[in-house]
Design a protein around this ligand. Structure first.
Ligand SMILES: [Ca+2]
Length: 458
């Protein structure tokens, strides 16, 4: 009997090794195929330049009623074949990892990403196609403590190859368009710089007003920006070039103002953060609104395309601090596969609230993580890089990279060199302390700056 079980076990193991795509033989699975080479029929991954060498692929799947799936595929694979639980709205991400060769225009890019959504019938076969755009990138971190400003960059949070460039603008945010062009907004002047890489002399898009934050829809080719006067704008990007220049006229596309003055929830008092849901094109906004009974912090789900009373754009739903007491004061927002994440900060001498709040795409509160790093008095910040210890989380960055990258700003004085104790944080979408990492790895008030000299916003 023992021998028989062993034989069956070996056969099962062999089965999985020889046909590892058969995740289950249950009747609720659907087969999905992604051709990677043109010899496999219509190649699914158009848009890969010949100035890169592909080093591998990752496929991720999520959807209602199923556990997320992640599958790694070696570089030489001809196609991806996998079994996925059948059902509606299976969201597939194909990430193509590569190393750049000579002549690749965007060496800060680390992957291309494509997305596809499919309804899968159990027992049926579906072939997926992807249009790829810029994916994971080097970490670009805006540092805006004075009127000159710096954009830091490094290959990873390990910061093995630090570098920086001083820009003539006062950088407030950075994002990357579908082709890999880098956009940096400016909250002192009124421009958004864009170019193939970070440069002190980029091309300029004049916004007319200083810009607090930007977000780029790489699927639908729009740049969004929110001004320090709390207006929201949409600018078309050319899909071929990824820049806001109309190829027919050579001129810049105009900025379309979107409706924010009369959101159904009330007047927008401040607009802090804007994020794009790449799956739908909807925006998520972090804002202080006034419904007429006083100011309320809110996370707003927003459709930028729906016709409005004067301008396009309308709120679809919102969650405010009156219904979600964990909301205190909000800075930035990001949309990942796992949901909508916002950066939250209470007063240092107020009741603690989580520093990161997680919501479903329909803005149901799913939980929080972290708190302000307080000293023994409980009323002052204390330098710490321990999991869950935050200063003032200001902004998400590296939007297409896996997990959450966060600028954690402070004005804690670092005694020997007079700067402030600031750090950058990485944590996974599950908000697991075991995934927590910071740069620098350790900090104290006295030696806040080790290898870097971040100042950020405070
Ligand atoms: Ca600071």
């Amino acid at each position: 009997m023992i021998k028989r079980i062993s034989f069956i076990t070996v056969m099962i193991i062999l089965f999985f090794f020889t046909s590892c795509d058969f995740l289950s033989n249950g009747g609720d699975m659907a087969q999905v195929s992604i051709p990677l080479l043109s010899s496999e029929g219509a190649r699914a991954i158009g848009g890969v330049p010949d100035t890169i060498t592909v080093t591998g692929y990752t496929v991720r799947v999520f959807g209602p009623g199923m556990e997320p799936i992640e599958k790694k595929i070696a570089a030489g694979a001809r196609s991806v074949n996998m079994y996925v639980p059948g059902g509606q709205e299976r969201h597939f991400t194909l990430e193509v990892h590569f190393i750049p060769l000579r002549g690749f225009a965007h060496p800060h890019l680390q992957s291309f990403i494509g997305r596809a959504t499919a309804d899968l019938r159990p027992g049926y076969y579906t072939k997926l196609k992807f249009t790829l755009h810029a994916g994971a990138s080097q970490l670009f971190v805006v540092d805006n403590n004075n009127s000159t400003g710096t954009v830091w960059y490094a290959d990873s949070i390990e910061w093995l190859s630090p570098g920086s460039t001083t820009n003539h603008y006062s950088p407030s945010d950075v994002d990357i368009s579908n082709t890999g062009v880098v956009f940096v907004s400016n909250d002192n002047g009124d421009t958004i710089g864009f170019g193939d890489r970070i440069t002190s002399n980029p091309n300029q898009y004049s916004a007319g007003t200083p810009i607090r934050t930007i977000a780029i829809d790489r699927e639908r080719h729009y740049l969004y920006y929110a001004t320090i006067t709390n207006m929201l704008f949409q600018v078309q990007l050319d899909p071929e070039t990824g820049i806001p220049v109309n190829p027919d006229t050579g001129g810049l596309y105009p900025a379309q103002p979107l409706e924010t003055a009369n959101l159904p929830a009330g007047r927008t008092v401040t607009l802090q953060g804007v994020a794009v849901d790449p799956w739908t094109g909807y925006l998520y906004l972090t804002a202080l609104i006034n419904p007429g009974t006083g100011n309320l912090w809110a996370v707003i789900k927003y459709d930028p395309f729906i016709p409005g009373p004067q301008q396009p754009g309308a709120m679809l739903s919102a969650v405010t601090e009156s219904s979600c007491p964990q909301i205190s004061s909000l800075t930035d927002v990001i949309v990942k596969d796992a949901g909508v994440f916002v950066l939250n900060m209470g007063g240092i001498d107020s009741a603690p609230v989580p520093s990161i709040l997680k919501f479903s795409r329909n803005l149901h509160y799913l939980g929080g993580y972290g708190s302000l790093s307080r000293d023994a008095t409980g009323t002052l910040f204390e330098a710490s890089t321990d999991p869950g210890d935050f200063y003032v989380p200001q902004r998400f960055f590296a939007i297409e990279n896996q997990g959450l990258y966060i600028i954690d700003d402070s004005n804690i004085s670092a005694a020997p060199n007079g700067g402030t104790v600031d750090k950058i944080i990485h944590i996974n979408e599950a908000l697991s302390s075991s995934s927590w990492d910071t740069y620098p790895h350790e900090q104290t008030d006295e030696f806040g700056q080790t290898l870097e000299s971040f100042n950020f916003f405070l």
